[in-house]
Design a protein around this ligand. Structure first.
Ligand SMILES: [Zn+2]
Length: 298
């Protein structure tokens, strides 16, 4: 009798706790996971759209969440270099360590831009191995969705069929949306812009925006007055239509440049949650294009 009760408990506890338990480093991957898993998913997101993903504190609460995760989904390519290694070490969760199936780095599935010929961190460049802001291009999201669905199937083989089905639905919607975004992008081609940080390389590459200057002298190095003065000189020769700033970035340097040059500032959501309208990956791109189109119509 006791054996039967025990089996009964095991059967039901297995079912009620067969949750998908994922640790996501950034909101864009949480959004993608939600599309692929749909129900019964517990995703903890380490950062919000109002935080710089390069600079997060490896808080004990993050360590505790990683300890319990079956899978971690992060960007990689050095984006989380300042905090992810600490979380991995301190969480001591064998399932999510590098080279384990529970360790998914999105950047492994796309082609990195700004890849240096020679690795050099001496200048304090936080993009030393290539540009990690990969989610700002729909084609990258597509590739990562396919690889992530496959990985979810490895971690939770019982749900593989559901992930495959959800991936198919997602890709159909995504491809349709991408056709629309691509059509809209034509009007934006060659638009000269200044960016705060090299966080839009995939977006500007996709939309063929003309990125003429950055407010940071090097990725991760705060704007200095002398560098900003050189940007003003550049803008005098090549006028820019907009200063692009992510919702999480300080407004100081962008405001300074705006006051000097009168070039409008466009605050882009950057990721899901970066503005009220950017509620998922679809509305993130819709909203980003809307904001850029407004510059043209001004
Ligand atoms: Zn960066």
């Amino acid at each position: 009798m006791r054996k039967i009760i025990l089996l009964f408990i095991l059967f039901f506890s297995n079912h009620s706790y067969a949750e998908i338990n994922v640790f996501s480093c950034e909101p864009e991957w949480t959004s993608l996971l939600t599309e692929l898993v749909k129900t019964n998913v517990k995703v903890y997101t380490a950062t919000t759209a109002k935080q710089d993903p390069h600079h997060i504190q490896a808080r004990p609460s993050l360590i505790a969440k990683m300890r319990r995760a079956d899978l971690i989904v992060c960007t990689g390519a050095g984006l989380e270099a300042g905090w992810l290694p600490v979380l991995l070490r301190r969480s001591a969760n064998a399932n999510v360590q590098q080279d384990m199936p529970g360790h998914f780095m999105a950047a492994d599935y796309v082609q990195l831009l700004d890849k240096p010929a020679k690795l050099d961190r001496a200048a304090g460049d936080i993009h030393a191995t290539g540009n990690p802001h990969i989610h700002t291009e729909p084609g990258n999201i597509r590739k990562i969705a396919i690889s992530l669905a496959k990985r979810l199937g490895v971690i939770y083989p019982d749900n593989k069929h559901t992930f495959d089905k959800n991936l198919k639905i997602f890709l159909e919607r995504w491809d349709k949306a991408t056709v629309d975004w691509n059509k809209r992008s034509i009007k934006l081609n060659n638009m000269p812009v200044v960016t705060q940080h090299q966080g839009w390389r995939y977006l500007t590459n996709w939309l063929k925006l003309n990125e003429i200057a950055q407010l940071e002298p090097k990725p991760g190095i705060p704007p200095s007055t002398s560098h900003l003065m050189s940007v003003v000189t550049k803008l005098n020769n090549t006028p820019s239509r907009a200063i692009l700033r992510a919702a999480y970035q300080s407004d100081k340097a962008a405001n300074w440049l705006h006051n000097k040059t009168n070039v409008p500032i466009v605050i882009l959501p950057y990721t899901v949650g970066g503005s009220e309208k950017a509620k998922d990956l679809f509305s993130l791109f819709d909203e980003t294009l809307n904001l850029l189109e407004q510059v043209i119509h001004e």
